[in-house]
Design a binder for this molecule. Structure first.
Ligand SMILES: NC(=O)c1ccc[n+]([C@@H]2O[C@H](COP(=O)([O-])OP(=O)(O)OC[C@H]3O[C@@H](n4cnc5c(N)ncnc54)[C@H](O)[C@@H]3O)[C@@H](O)[C@H]2O)c1
Length: 385
């Protein structure tokens, strides 16, 4: 492997462009030298942004054949993850794979097996683990401040649901399985991370209560008669109607979970909330902790007998968060991955974590589509840590 890692990206705009900026650091540890995408327009934008005449192709296999690429970054849509990850690992490349690892549990297990037999390195893009606010919560929880953890309540208000998830490929089961998987894989992973335990069983309820409908699948906002009054109008390129027939994923879901160490957790996700906000509340035997904004504030409250009356009953911590869309987490996850590749440092999220959040999301989806029955999470293949 060359000293400066040579990176090829599959899926070069959107998430690919967000990460490219951090992977392309030619004077330090990595250089982006190639990109594959099904869109020529995307490849053109990538070439211009990277500025070093990268190799570009519409056929990902051309990328994998190249000996001058050490690492493949997969930032194409969810339904491509398994196929590209398997091919990249078989081609003996290291892989950065965006979440979710795959859109089925069996798909994740195939990726894990390919990873094990390749001897190469694999990281799933759980950038939320690197957000300053959640790093602080993790530190406080692990220090024992709120005692032994017993409950985790997570609410995800997806204020931009229409904009992000219902105008494009995210809105169908064939592309994502469900938004509990697509969007929830982060949140379920954070429950795993903050509590230090994986989900053991789940039950869920959910339905499509707002998006979807009877509009033609090819209707786009600029051509729509209702564009002046529609709340979801979107003139960007991903502007297919949110109320089109093919939309079949739930927009309002609630999941209850029991974790391996007995912790009870719940997760709520609603795509027509007025604001965009995630609240993580973790309750222990001494107190509770929660973030009151994704970006910078954590509140800790202790039960009466653990309070020093001279001190405040509620402690507010402010963190310094980065200014990008993910509060500085994207730069940190790239450095974490490069440390894993170059220094063999254990990454903050393991490949197994990638699989376990999909397994919980898939089981929750099965439950909500089958009357809310309780389902056990399938075990990961033997020997995977
Ligand atoms: N970790 C995070 O914070 C985060 C944030 C956003 C998106 N994501 C993940 O990143 C992935 C991409 O999301 P996005 O919103 O950027 O998607 P997108 O629709 O913007 O597509 C990204 C790129 O992939 C290309 N593409 C589409 N189909 C392809 C195919 N079959 N083969 C190769 N390239 C293809 C597109 O042309 C585009 O350039 C998703 O899996 C999503 O879950 C993660």
């Amino acid at each position: 492997m060359s000293k400066i890692l040579r990176i090829g990206i599959i899926g070069v705009t959107g998430r690919g462009e967000e990460l490219r900026k951090y992977f392309h650091q030619p004077k330090k540890r990595a250089v982006v030298t190639a990109g594959a995408d099904i869109s020529l327009k995307a490849l053109e934008a990538f070439k211009n942004a990277n500025g070093n005449e990268p190799f570009v192709t519409t056929d990902y296999k051309e990328l994998l054949k190249r000996k001058d690429i050490d690492v493949i970054v997969i930032t194409s849509p969810d339904f491509t993850h398994e196929k590209y990850a398997l091919a990249a690992l078989q081609a003996k490349k290291h892989v950065y794979l965006e979440k979710p690892m795959a859109i089925t549990t069996a798909g994740c297990d195939r990726v894990l097996k390919a990873w094990k037999s390749s001897g190469n390195k694999l990281l799933v893009g759980f950038n939320m683990r690197h957000m300053a606010v959640f790093q602080l919560m993790k530190k406080l929880i692990d220090s024992g401040k709120i005692g032994a953890i017993k409950a985790a309540w997570v609410r995800h208000f997806v204020g931009s649901g229409g904009h992000y998830y219902f105008h494009d490929w995210h809105g169908t089961r064939k592309n994502t399985t469900s938004l509990l998987l697509q969007k929830g894989s982060h949140d379920i992973d954070m429950i795993h991370y903050l509590t230090g335990s994986y989900v053991k069983k789940v039950a869920a309820f959910g339905s499509r209560d707002y998006f979807g409908g009877n509009k033609p699948n090819n209707l786009r906002c600029p051509a729509c008669k209702l564009k002046k009054t529609c709340l979801e109008v979107d003139y960007s390129s991903m502007n297919r109607c949110c109320f089109r027939k093919e939309v079949d994923v739930e927009d309002n879901s609630q999941v209850i979970m029991e974790l391996e160490n007995g912790i009870k957790a719940s997760y709520m996700q609603c795509h027509f909330a007025p604001e965009y906000f995630r609240n993580y509340t973790i309750i222990g035997t001494k107190g509770r902790i929660e973030n009151i904004s994704d970006g910078d504030t954590v509140v800790l409250k202790l039960r009466k007998k653990f309070i020093d009356e001279k001190k405040l009953k509620e402690i507010r911590y402010k963190v310094k968060a980065g200014k990008d869309r993910h509060y500085g987490a994207d730069a940190l996850i790239v450095e974490d991955f490069l440390d894993y590749l170059l220094k063999n440092k254990k990454p903050v999220a393991t490949a197994l974590a990638g699989r376990m959040s999909v397994a919980a999301g898939c089981a929750a989806t099965d439950s909500l589509r089958n009357g809310g029955k309780m389902l056990k999470i399938k075990k990961a293949p033997k020997g995977i840590k």
